[in-house]
Ligand binder design. Structure first.
Ligand code: NAP
Length: 327
């Protein structure tokens, strides 16, 4: 692959243009279509392996819910998360991978070829790469369920515009929370950041951006104890983590940004998972089952960046290439 002087992506012209979406047997099945899945797809298809990506219900993964990505190399002016994922998908398709927008609901890695099942189809492959990423962590409150879509949200980019001139709450102290809070000031009258400690986990630059925004108010050592309302969110009850004192904030929306959990449920009892549900890697990117590999946030709880997920996707595809050559 080479970049032209206009910086457009040029791919080999002799790759299959219209993959057969009825096929059920592949060399490699990649489960998930975030930066890890697409990168693995690009490398596997380019190595001439018959490659299927089951992209799940939300192709593009977490970046679809992100605004500006400023730290993905190659985009000096930054790029919107969804745009980056559209480019990756196009590049993967051009390389010849088949992408099906369906969700894997079950797998069977006990026998070869491996089986990956969707609600309507059973696929087989000689190798599998798990790239299912991670999903939003929930606060675990009753009101979170009751008011889901009625004022409780996990995605400022998706829902922020519904809350014009309202007071909002953002829960969390990491980069996601700072990003969400800053973004929401475009719409909200005030954004209250609720953090359970008195120090943020977010990076310096994200902290500075939030601290300098006059619409953001910080509430230190506080937890959301309850979300209340009538039809939709009207208030939150805060509990001081040091004194136990309770206070109420009248707000129209609650944005939860407290991290993520790996999407590994269907792999329970199939590959080894750690106590938090992350896929355990045994040999480079290979899992506890030979021929089954993993890449991205589903195994990586340390770096969790788009670029590292893409890097892991590349590594897993190279490991798959070697595995297929040897088996
Ligand atoms: P994170 O770094 O794990 O932060 C989660 C935050 O939520 C922490 O402040 C944590 O509090 C709090 N928290 C966790 N569980 C909680 C609970 N049950 N109740 C209340 N608070 C809770 O997650 P993240 O912010 O989603 O970031 C994940 C990764 O993505 C990071 O590596 C981050 O740098 C990256 N990221 C980067 C960007 C960017 O550069 N544009 C944007 C978003 C994310 P404690 O601090 O007390 O643990």
């Amino acid at each position: 692959m080479a970049a032209t002087s206009e910086n457009t992506v040029q791919v080999d012209k002799d790759k299959p243009k219209s993959p057969d979406k009825k096929k059920t047997k592949y060399d490699v099945i990649i489960i998930g279509a975030g930066p890890a899945g697409y990168t693995a797809g690009i490398y596997c298809a380019r190595a001439r392996h018959d490659t299927l990506i089951l992209s799940g219900i939300l192709p593009g993964g977490q970046l679809v819910n992100t605004t500006d990505v400023e730290n993905y190399p190659g985009f000096a002016e930054g790029i919107m998360g969804p745009d980056l994922m559209i480019i990756m998908r196009k590049q993967t398709e051009k390389m010849g991978a088949t992408i099906i927008d369906d969700e894997a609901v079950n797998v069977d890695f006990r026998h070869k070829p491996f089986k990956v099942l969707t609600a309507s189809e059973e696929y087989e492959a000689r190798a599998v790469i798990i790239c299912t990423g991670a999903d939003y962590r929930r606060l675990g409150l009753e009101g979170e369920k009751t008011f889901a879509g009625k004022g409780v949200s996990y995605c400022a980019t998706c829902d922020g515009a519904f809350f014009r001139n309202q007071e909002l709450v953002v829960s969390g102290g990491g980069d996601s929370a700072m990003e969400e809070a800053t973004f929401l000031t475009k719409f909200a009258s005030t954004v209250h950041v609720i953090h359970r400690r008195d120090k943020l986990r977010a990076s310096k630059i994200m902290q500075e951006r939030a601290f300098s925004n006059p619409k953001i108010k910080f509430h230190w050592n506080k937890e959301i104890e309850a979300i209340s309302g009538n039809q939709k969110v009207q208030s939150v009850t805060l509990k001081d983590t040091k004194t136990g004192e309770k206070t109420t904030l009248n707000v129209g929306g609650v944005f939860v940004a407290i991290g993520h959990e790996p999407n590994s449920k269907i792999f329970q009892n199939q590959v080894e998972l750690d106590a938090k549900g992350y896929v355990v890697l045994k040999n480079k990117t290979e899992t506890s089952v030979k021929g089954v590999f993993a890449a991205g946030d589903v195994h990586d709880h340390t770096y969790r960046q788009a670029i590292t997920a893409a890097g892991f996707g590349c590594m897993a595809a190279i490991d798959v290439d070697k595995y297929l050559a040897e088996n």
